[in-house]
Design a protein around this ligand. Sequence first.
Ligand SMILES: Nc1nc2c(ncn2[C@@H]2O[C@H](COP(=O)(O)OP(=O)(O)OP(=O)(O)O)[C@@H](O)[C@H]2O)c(=O)[nH]1
Ligand SMILES: [Zn+2]
Length: 468
Amino acid sequence: MGLDGDHFCLELEDGTKPGGNDLGLEKEPKTIAIEDAVKVLLQGLGEDVNREGIKKTPLRVAKALREGTRGYKQKVKDIVQGALFPEVGLRDRVGHAGGAGGLVIVRDLDMFSYCESCLLPFQVKCHVGYVPSGEQVVGLSKLSRVADIFAKRLQDPQRLADEVCSALHLGINPAGVAVILQCWHIHFPNLESVFHDAKHQGWITVLVSSGSGVFENENADAWCDFLGLLKFRGVTADRILTRDSEKKSWCPSYSSSVAKGSSELIAPNPRMVAAIASILGSLGEDPSRKELLETPSHFVRWLMNFQNTELEMKFNGFTCGIKDVLKPNGECSHNHQQLHAELSLSFWSQCEHHLLPFHGVVHIGYMCPEGFNPIEKSLLQSIVHFYGFKLQVQERLTRQIAETVSSILGGDTMVVVEANHTCMISRGIEKLGSNTATIAVLGQFSTDPAIRALFLERIPSSTTSGMF
Ligand SMILES: Nc1nc2c(ncn2[C@@H]2O[C@H](COP(=O)(O)OP(=O)(O)OP(=O)(O)O)[C@@H](O)[C@H]2O)c(=O)[nH]1
Ligand SMILES: [Zn+2]
């Protein structure tokens, strides 16, 4: 197929170039202030801010944070005003319909928000319902746009639901508004705990609701209709968090620091903490707001898991144990090699481009001589964590794991990494549900498609969602 130059013309329909709109943002003093703060964070991690891979990271992080919190600058009335239009209800009949009481629901609005306790993004599936009144309905897209104004701020799920609900109520003036949010937050393992405790699979989830008008009372009939149309999404009344339940437990930064008692933890680097507080200010937040007081230290604690020096200590730990990894099992050997696969080893890493987590599973295949036991899973898991807890890119992580396993075993190794990149889904192109797989093959695996296929067959079908 012949591609002429036109195929590569990156001009958009409105005549702008991709990224062109960002030029203003890049030069704004607030963006520059965030960039400077991010440089402090990178230095605190022991990184060289001029290293090729991370040279642009401060600007990328600044842009991502400002885009991700653009809701502070948006106003509900600019969106809803002019979007209400007349739609009559039932005429001369008993019942509710149209602009006079017929429930309207928009389901499955996928959004991202930033957790106010730890600054990591969390994923939101938002369901909005309202009962029109005054023979007026609102443009459907406006429900999503209004919800997004509040999602694009530092949030807690319940507050997000309450703010969306009351903003829609004030904006549309209906008989009532109901909001249900399904939220997913990444686990918050630290370098120490993952070596002892492999329970951090999946996500932390929470289901919250908020209602006004005819939905004000949690037991009102209107809720039955709304929930009846959501139950196949896994949303049921008994799963919704009640207002007095312990909301703090939602963000894992609390259980990993506050709940344990801060005295057990080393105080985070004060320069880094101050840098985060200044970022909060640049985003339009008040760093002294009660809910944000601990946020800088929580984020620094998360970030410090990816510091180089700590990793070197861990690495020394496991390289000492590397000798004699393949132990004879006493059975006779005929120099045959067998394929062994260690599947679904979990990992956490931090994208060096955007300082956002990517996490998932690693599958390792290797040839093991008959008569020897396979390598212990714990050693392979240590290797995975060692290369995971760094500022990384997925391709490098995959290669480093493959090279290390191959150097222990003498050659034939295949590694597949499957990951969710927060930077792909919470910002930029917002490809929700996207997943990245990378492969590294060494030795026999690089020349023998049959053995590769055998290993790939053993990899279980990806399980990256499925929380409710
Ligand atoms: N190859 C690779 N790319 C990654 C990884 N993590 C993030 N990226 C990409 O790094 C690139 C950085 O691109 P830039 O154009 O400099 O930054 P950006 O403007 O923030 O990019 P967008 O994500 O397209 O908005 C993006 O395409 C990311 O998707 C990774 O592990 N491997
Ligand atoms: Zn959090």
